[in-house]
Design a protein around this ligand. Structure first.
Ligand SMILES: NC(=O)c1ccc[n+]([C@@H]2O[C@H](COP(=O)([O-])OP(=O)(O)OC[C@H]3O[C@@H](n4cnc5c(N)ncnc54)[C@H](OP(=O)(O)O)[C@@H]3O)[C@@H](O)[C@H]2O)c1
Length: 186
């Protein structure tokens, strides 16, 4: 397995592990969104870009003016490849499985690393996949009404690690506090 096809997950979840409600985010956290953008966009080699893999509903949840997510290779998973492809900008890669996404990434020279950006079943498939690397989870210290949830993190399989580049102190935005946590698959 090459480094670029290691699957790193990134998500923000609230106290009840909710990640979404009614097809969008239950909260508005500007700095947290900026963290997501930085983490998924930053590259060591300026001639490369990162891939972001997402489910079709997450793709639909991104406002038109922000998609495809800039400076990243956008890969959308769906069972209806043709119809999703038809409506998406031509640079968006549409595939029917996570393994096809990995095959596509392996075939390109311009991808540096890969981020799985949701939603639920895509996170679950990535966590169970042999290529799973780390989970970058923003843990929001508040409960929200959600209809979409981050999968259970098995603590026998995933361990919290310190990462120098990730702030470990509590973050505050308005009346909401959260931590940037990193889990590594053992
Ligand atoms: N807080 C966060 O970090 C975060 C991150 C991402 C998303 N969200 C939120 O989560 C919600 C969307 O997530 P979601 O879990 O409902 O949906 P999702 O995972 O984004 O999309 C589900 C769709 O992905 C496709 N899919 C799933 N598994 C597949 C597989 N194995 N092979 C091929 N296609 C597959 C299917 O598309 P088809 O139906 O087209 O076949 C399925 O309906 C929104 O509310 C969004 O705002 C939050």
């Amino acid at each position: 397995m090459s480094a670029k096809s290691t699957l790193n997950l990134i998500a923000a979840a609230c106290e009840n592990m909710g990640i979404g409600a009614n097809g969008s985010l239950p909260w508005r956290l500007k700095k947290e969104m900026a963290y997501f953008t930085t983490m998924t966009s930053k590259v060591k080699d300026p001639t490369k870009l990162n891939a972001v893999i997402m489910g079709r509903k997450t793709w639909d949840s991104i406002p038109d003016k922000y998609k495809p997510l800039s400076d990243r290779l956008n890969i959308v998973l769906t069972h209806n490849v043709d119809s999703v492809k038809e409506k998406a900008p031509k640079e968006v890669v549409v595939v029917p499985s996570i393994d096809e996404a990995i095959t596509h990434i392996e075939g390109r020279d311009d991808v540096e690393s890969t981020w799985v950006i949701g939603g639920s079943s895509i996170y679950e498939a990535a966590m169970a996949h042999p290529n799973c690397g780390k989970i970058y989870l923003t843990e929001i210290q508040k409960s929200f009404d959600c209809d979409t949830f981050f999968p259970h993190i098995d603590k026998q399989q995933f361990q919290v690690v310190d990462e120098e580049a990730i702030p470990s102190e509590r973050q505050t935005e308005g009346d909401i506090t959260y931590y940037f946590r990193v889990y590594r698959k053992l």
